[in-house]
Design a protein around this ligand. Sequence first.
Ligand SMILES: Cc1cc2nc3c(=O)[nH]c(=O)nc-3n(C[C@H](O)[C@H](O)[C@H](O)COP(=O)(O)OP(=O)(O)OC[C@H]3O[C@@H](n4cnc5c(N)ncnc54)[C@H](O)[C@@H]3O)c2cc1C
Ligand code: HEM
Length: 395
Amino acid sequence: MISNASRPYIDASVPVLREHGLAITTTFYRSMFEAHPELKNLFNMGNQTSGVQQQSLASAVFAYAANIGNAAALGPVVSRIVHKHASVGIRADHYPIVGHHLLGAIKTVLGEAATEPLLAAWEEAYTSLARLLIDAEAKMYEDAGVQPGETRAMRVTAVERESENVISIRFVPQDGGALPSFKAGQYVSVAVDFEDGRRQLRQYSLSDANGKDSLRISVKREDGGAHAAGEVSTWLHQNVKVGDLLNVTHPFGDFLPDTESNEPVVFLSAGVGITPMIAALNRIAMVNPERRVIFAHAARNTAQHAHQADIQAAQARMPHLQVVSFHEEGEEAGVLKGKMMLERLPSWPRTETEVYLCGPLPFMQAQWNALLAAGAPAARLHREVFGPDLLDNLL
Ligand SMILES: Cc1cc2nc3c(=O)[nH]c(=O)nc-3n(C[C@H](O)[C@H](O)[C@H](O)COP(=O)(O)OP(=O)(O)OC[C@H]3O[C@@H](n4cnc5c(N)ncnc54)[C@H](O)[C@@H]3O)c2cc1C
Ligand code: HEM
């Protein structure tokens, strides 16, 4: 909680942060990485280059200020952050470092406007949020039975092509021990150590059901187009073969499709956003094949439509599964041409059905808005974002 003395300063700085948020976090990262270059191994330096992560931290700081007394609004944001933090191994002793450079950046960017009481209020606000996150993260590590930043060596048992640009990688613990427990929808971080000594972590959703005898991730090769190619995805595509070892974290993540009940459920995905949906579909096919499921997916074309074998296997087991595919290119029987549109999907009771979404941001924004307009309550909509969530529902 924030003291009564500090609250007016925090409230008053919301518009200031709105104006300078991005400059503050850009300055913050620059000074922190100068003082602590080792922290670059923790952060996604791809996001740093493209500016996405800067925006997300700016959003988080601002969202915290805007919602300082509103635990209900902050709850989902905090949950997303602590799962991501646990997945990359953030420790309690990292927080003072971030706090020091964040306050320093506020001071630098605001100049004379950064008065002593305003800085003191922000120090108090940061400390209070840090406490909340540290405690939540400590509990996650304890529940998972891992140390912060711990990775486990996994032996690759299969590498399979799912589409033109997606491969699946299966692995088991090298030590022969039990697989980590997880739920469909969760992700692991894969750590890649490059020859120049840099380490980079990326998150990959587990793409097969929990309860099997290996873990599977499915990775899209990010060719980059006008930009540099994606570092880790390209590396995995070029290097991983059966028998190799991969360093993988414990599974975390709070996108948890309901796979265990009997209720009808809807999955809407696009591109590589299909991966957590396939984990959920395979789990339902395993534990409750009679369930009513709508599984809609949008791909560019048939060559880029990953996981068709999983879908066919589920169809063979699940009499009430409705699969709807959209391809932007090409004409095929049984496939709808163009982008996914809500009105082209089978209907379902909007107010009572859980809907899970995963795909590129424009896809999710379009589906989310269409679903709300069609009467689906926001509480029934759940999304996974394959990058920092920009927290737009809070802003
Ligand atoms: C919870 C979660 C689950 C995920 N699950 C999956 C999954 O199941 N499958 C999957 O394939 N991915 C998944 N991802 C995404 C994955 O973590 C990586 O982000 C992805 O593989 C790209 O990483 P990379 O290292 O290859 O690219 P990076 O090097 O991080 O680059 C990211 C992108 O930026 C582009 N880029 C490079 N330089 C610039 C520049 N200067 N300006 C603009 N753009 C630039 C790259 O081409 C690339 O497309 C998930 C992410 C999250 C957060
Ligand atoms: C109060 C303090 C903090 C806040 C509000 C905060 C906020 C956030 C947010 C919003 C994200 C993105 C979550 C998403 O994926 O949507 C994130 C990710 C991340 N945070 Fe924090 N964070 C804090 C402290 C820290 C600390 C102390 C560290 C350690 C140095 C850290 C390192 C990271 C890393 C490495 C990521 C993953 C993103 C990436 O790979 O670049 N954070 N944080």
